[in-house]
Design a protein around this ligand. Structure first.
Ligand SMILES: [Zn+2]
Ligand SMILES: [Zn+2]
Length: 347
């Protein structure tokens, strides 16, 4: 890792926002522009989303992570160099990289076609340097094509927050007209509400406080449940019970309290990352034949589906942008929980 090194003038050094130790602050440093190896491409990064899962890199919470490390797994840019053996991607093509940063094609899950759950899944910004930099190298199998009409700053959050909500909902089993509840109106939830609305569900948005009610309706919710005033599970039962509850806020207690809001055969889908337990009794599950399921991100093909659907339907993330050199400030803003709603770095 060459930092602050003087390089030949024809190869201008690039700017990078890196973390050099667990819990360290963001450092803006210069590095040489990396060359793509066989099977890889180099992306001139235009935008990179700041995701809560960047905490794994910032705080050193991922087993085996090595430093210095450049975070970022919501990357959108233009392919500007192609390594040996890459035929399907050309220079000048817009491309993105999300949480799914590469798979091995050899593990049991890959051999079964379940690439999303590859045992050796690579994550940009954790397994290798991600998108908080001007140029990034990524394996070709991790790339998603970006539709023409999506702006860089709109496409970036769709590569993680977007595909997670889109894919979990489209695989949830809910049918058009079903009641689907979205818990949490934040980075994930504001996309979940939009996708659920465009999928034809009756959408109940569950938030805390009256402030977000209007926005939730504007995004496509037909009902707003304020947990400050109402027991959300009871409110859902009054509406017939939710076929699916998509739990986006990382609050296990709030998730636990929603389980009684499920319809028979209903499903609580957990995408908000928390580490304390969800509490449920066997009786609660058995009496309504309920399911609780986790969901992680999606494949590059799923990311493309998400982007294409967003282009088709008008689903867009709401973003706040910061220049790359303010990565620390952008990360702090994301962590504050006050951003409306995704924070995106521009290069
Ligand atoms: Zn993410
Ligand atoms: Zn694999």
């Amino acid at each position: 890792m060459a930092t602050m090194r003087v390089t030949a003038p024809e190869l201008a050094p690039m700017m990078v926002a890196q973390i050099s130790k667990p819990g360290g602050d963001f450092e803006i440093v210069k590095r040489e522009i990396p060359e793509p190896g066989p099977g890889q491409v180099r992306i001139k990064v235009q935008a990179c989303g700041v995701c809560h899962s960047d905490v794994f890199t910032k705080e050193g919470l991922w087993p085996g992570i090595q430093y210095p490390r450049v975070p970022g797994h919501e990357v959108v840019g233009i392919i500007d160099e192609v390594g040996a053996g890459v035929s399907e991607w050309k220079k000048g093509t817009r491309a993105g990289v999300g949480w799914h940063g590469g798979h091995d094609n050899t593990c049991r899950e890959c051999r079964r076609g379940d690439f999303r759950n590859c045992r050796n899944l690579k994550v940009p910004g954790i397994s290798y340097d991600g998108g908080y930099q001007q140029y990034m190298v990524a394996p070709a199998e991790a790339l998603a094509a970006i539709p023409e009409t999506l702006r860089d700053i709109e496409a970036a959050p769709l590569l993680c927050a977007g595909v997670t909500t889109f894919d979990s909902l489209r695989n949830s089993g809910a049918l058009p007209g079903d009641l689907v509840a979205i818990q949490g109106i934040g980075g994930l939830g504001h996309l979940g509400i939009q996708f659920a609305n465009k999928f034809g569900y009756k959408v109940a948005a569950i938030g805390r406080g009256a402030e977000t009610a209007q926005l939730a309706k504007k995004l496509g919710a037909s009902v707003y449940i304020d947990t400050k005033l109402t027991n959300a599970a009871e409110a859902l039962q009054k509406l017939g019970g939710a076929q699916v509850i998509l739990a986006t806020a990382p609050n296990s207690k709030a998730m636990s309290e929603l389980i009684d809001g499920l319809a028979t055969n209903g499903k609580l889908i957990v995408i908000g990352v928390a580490s304390d337990p969800i509490e449920v009794t066997p009786l609660q599950l058995i009496t309504r034949t309920a399911n609780i399921q986790g969901w992680a991100s999606g494949t590059p093909a799923g990311e493309e589906d998400t982007l294409n659907f967003a282009e088709l339907s008008g689903v867009r993330p709401m973003v706040e942008t910061y220049p790359l050199e303010k990565a620390g400030e952008a990360y702090a803003r994301m962590m504050s929980g006050k951003a409306q709603f995704r924070v995106v770095l521009t290069m």
